[in-house]
Design a protein around this ligand. Structure first.
Ligand code: ADP
Ligand SMILES: Cc1ncc(COP(=O)(O)OP(=O)(O)O)c(N)n1
Length: 485
């Protein structure tokens, strides 16, 4: 499979996207470079088109030696380059030619000189499949850009009639929840003149290189299947999955790339997921240490009514938390995990009753569900209703992890200060840094890590989200006495 296209050094579009797409769909990728761009996810900063004759040499070097099953043509840059590609196509006549008439990047930067549009038009009849986006389709038929899908299909029909090629009309730049694509050819090449393949619109900014990836994916699939409809039915779901999984990549600050290899997920090493969660929670841990409540608790200057509010909310929270722990036990995949979560649920209830017995019985405080406690428990209940064991235990983890870390730090500070007996919260600070709880926290982390290693990519993403939400609630929970006591 040969891509004749421009280079995108940020790896999202151009030949870099083409080679990834070809490999992802099982082809062997080759690339003849038409132009160099300096671009990233924010836009194109510069374009350099090397002498067109050198492109001719690249193309000849490939076709003189290697059988080419299919060609995808992308960015061409100028009329001289188009001329070289045209001569080479006429000479070699590859079995499959897909032409993505790249003119302007989504960022608005030109990738084809305006003066070369006529030369591009003349190249179109040499293609088997042309894959314009809505703006390119409009230019190629010399009309204003289609405002809806029906108009786009009509323009596709006119371009098919003018070129004799099959047109892949793309719904990427339409609004709405759906994102259809359609093959258009009235010449009897398809089962119907318009073959539409429906698709959901993925709500993401990471659409850099979708057009490149679709066209090279279509060329790769067509070389194997010899059927445009079957090719689109294979490539479109793959592309949708790549858009869906694009957030896993976190490349750049603008329109990021799609995740071409989403279906070949790398197995996670033991501890890798937990390490990523630890990193994700670092800002929340910092935020907790910066809270007035924590600083005053450590210094012994915390107002008693705030402490009492915290204890009362903790008791209410632990009751809800215990129920969700019991649900984790019910969903657990192994007996060891089932036992661990069930034991944790029981211990949680014991801590709750200890709170009432030893800490709350002597204080006058309202036992009313506070707003943060409610939101936090609601979030845990939603995670438990998700039906995913991984998502549920990821949501449960920050209560173990952040509490254990904060407890260890406050306890160490208390000891460093000589464990002053006159400290008003000495009794409470001594209970922090309990080794049994630290051990349970290590086990909970290992259980979440293990669940992530067995989870699908989507489920892992949902686990990270659930964990981050709970982690944020931990900050809010420690800050709630200041706001609501
Ligand atoms: N948000 C999205 N969700 C799902 N599919 C999309 C989305 N954006 C683009 N696509 C798909 O990506 C491919 C490229 O479409 P498009 O964005 O219109 O082209 P280009 O990248 O050339 O501007 C098409 O298959 C289109 O349906
Ligand atoms: C070198 C290069 N070629 C093509 C494009 C355009 O990519 P495309 O997939 O059409 O869409 P956007 O990346 O513009 O969203 C490019 N940017 N660079």
């Amino acid at each position: 499979m040969l891509s004749i296209a421009g280079s995108d050094p940020s790896g999202g579009a151009g030949i870099q996207a083409d080679l990834k797409s070809i490999a992802a769909l099982g082809g062997y990728g080759m690339a003849a470079i038409t132009a160099l761009t300096a671009q990233n996810t924010l836009g194109v900063q510069a374009v350099h088109v090397p002498p067109a004759a050198f492109l001719g040499q690249q193309l000849d070097a490939i076709s003189d030696d290697i059988t080419i099953d299919a060609v995808k043509i992308g960015m061409l840059g100028n009329a001289e380059v188009i001329h070289v590609v045209r001569s080479w196509l006429e000479k070699v006549r590859p079995a499959v030619v897909v032409l993505d008439p790249v003119m302007v990047a989504t960022s608005g930067d030109r990738l084809l000189r305006e003066s070369a549009e006529a030369a591009l038009l003349a190249l179109l009849p040499l293609a088997d499949l042309i894959t314009p986006n809505l703006a390119e389709l409009a230019i190629l038929v010399g009309e204003p850009q289609a405002q809806d899908w029906a108009d786009a299909l009509e323009q596709g029909k006119r371009l098919a009639a003018a070129t004799g090629a099959t047109i892949l009309v793309k719904g990427g730049h339409l609004g709405g929840d759906a994102c259809p694509d359609a093959l258009v050819n009235a010449g009897g090449l398809l089962s119907r003149p318009v073959v539409e393949v429906a698709g959901d619109r993925i709500p993401t900014r990471n659409s850099h290189g979708t057009g490149c990836s679709l066209s090279s994916g279509m060329a790769t699939a067509q070389a194997r299947l010899g059927d445009w409809e079957a090719s689109l039915r294979q490539v479109k779901p793959w592309l949708t999955g790549a858009l869906q999984a694009s957030s896993q990549l976190e490349v750049g600050a603008g329109n990021g790339p799609i995740n071409h290899f989403h279906h070949l997920q790398q197995p996670l090493a033991a501890g890798e997921f937990a390490a990523a969660l630890r990193q994700a929670t670092a800002p929340d841990l910092e935020a907790i240490y910066g809270l007035e409540f924590i600083r005053d608790l450590a210094a012994g200057t915390l107002a008693e009514h705030q402490f009492a509010y915290y204890l009362a909310q903790d008791a209410i929270y632990l009751n809800g938390y215990s129920r969700v722990l019991a649900r984790a036990s019910a969903l657990a995949p192994t007996e060891a995990a089932q036992l661990f979560w069930a034991r944790s649920a029981q211990q949680c209830l014991e801590v709750e009753s200890e709170l009432h017995r030893n800490w709350l019985s002597t204080r006058s405080v309202e036992h009313v569900l506070g707003p943060v406690t409610k939101s936090y428990v609601d979030h845990l209940l939603a995670a438990s209703a998700s039906g995913s064991y991984g998502v549920l235990v990821a949501a449960l983890l920050p209560c173990f992890w952040l509490y254990a870390e904060v407890g260890k730090t406050l306890h160490a500070q208390f000891l460093e200060a000589g464990a002053p007996a006159a400290h008003p919260y000495a009794g409470w600070l001594r209970t922090y840094a309990d080794e049994d709880f630290a051990q349970a926290t290590r086990e909970a982390i290992a259980m979440v890590d293990d669940a992530a290693r067995k989870a699908s990519g989507d489920e892992r993403e949902a686990m990270v989200e659930a964990f981050k939400h709970s982690s944020r609630f931990e900050v809010e929970f420690f800050d709630a006495p200041r706001l609501h006591a």
